[in-house]
Design a binder for this molecule. Structure first.
Ligand SMILES: Cc1cc2nc3c(=O)[nH]c(=O)nc-3n(C[C@H](O)[C@H](O)[C@H](O)COP(=O)(O)OP(=O)(O)OC[C@H]3O[C@@H](n4cnc5c(N)ncnc54)[C@H](O)[C@@H]3O)c2cc1C
Length: 239
């Protein structure tokens, strides 16, 4: 049988000098019915690359005869032990979800590292506005863990009731609001807009679906008076 192809994405990522690795599954556990945490041996991946908040890799997920790349965030990466976890927000029937649910110890999956980067904003912001959903929660948790007492206002979009039970790395300086996903993200955009204030001096970090992310950037500029440099935004999935 021929090896599954990475297709056009594979060629582009190779041209951009993405670094290739292989992960091996150690085990998995459900955090909720809709959230699965898989543990991996990372091989040499963490030998080469310094760990940073929101660090992500591209997993090559099997889909028929093809491999398709999907971004996933490293959770508790441990370079010394050469391990990491990845948390999968499950949506049935989708390739990454089905792969994660079927994963058993000893299974392997290819991964490429390209594009992950992080710098803390300078000068230090007086506070953070953080907006995401269950796909970006692992990245948000890594961000909140590094805040060191800086206040953060966090909005998280949920799709399943039990999403609201997912652990959030909140401190006494973090205010978390869960908002139900309605109208393809419009409910979240409205909730954030309704809470608007002059946030000059703060930094915003946004990662929802691509369309919602774009709309939230508009709200942050128009209603929170943040300029583009004070906003870090990335669409995490395509609706
Ligand atoms: C930098 C980065 C880091 C990421 N980290 C994580 C992570 O740690 N954990 C994680 O779960 N996801 C993470 N994501 C998002 C993940 O890559 C996407 O959700 C991806 O689409 C999942 O692939 P799939 O094969 O399950 O679904 P796809 O085949 O890509 O999509 C199939 C269908 O599912 C829908 N869909 C996809 N994702 C979601 C979702 N999250 N909620 C609802 N519907 C969805 C799509 O709209 C589409 O209709 C990250 C993305 C990026 C860019």
């Amino acid at each position: 049988m021929s090896k599954p192809s990475r297709g056009f994405d594979g060629l582009v990522i190779k041209a951009w000098r993405g670094r290739d690795y292989q992960l091996t599954v150690r085990g998995s556990r459900f955090v909720t019915d809709h959230y699965l945490r898989v543990s991996f041996d990372t091989g040499t991946l963490l030998d080469d690359l310094p760990v940073h908040p929101t660090m992500w890799i591209r997993l090559w997920i099997p889909n028929g005869t093809k491999l398709q790349q999907r971004g996933f965030t490293l959770v508790d990466p441990n370079p010394r032990a050469r391990t990491t976890d990845i948390e999968f927000a499950l949506h049935d029937g989708c390739p990454a979800t089905e792969w994660a649910k079927a994963a058993r110890p000893g299974d392997t999956i290819d991964a490429t590292v390209l594009g992950t980067k992080f710098t803390w904003p300078k000068p230090d912001p007086s506070g953070y506005l953080v907006i995401g959903d269950t796909a970006s929660l692992p990245a948000i948790n890594s961000l909140l863990t590094g805040l060191d007492g800086t206040p953060a206002r966090v909005w998280l979009e949920w799709q399943h009731e039990d999403d609201q039970k997912l652990p959030v790395a909140a401190t006494p300086h973090t205010e978390v609001t869960w908002v139900r996903r309605t109208d393809a993200g419009a409910g979240l955009v409205q909730a954030v807009a309704e809470a608007a204030f002059d946030a000059t001096g703060q930094h915003a970090w946004v990662a929802c679906d691509t369309k919602t992310t774009r709309r939230l950037v508009g709200v942050l500029r128009d209603h929170y008076r943040l300029d583009r440099k004070a906003i870090t935004a990335m669409g995490y999935w395509r609706p």
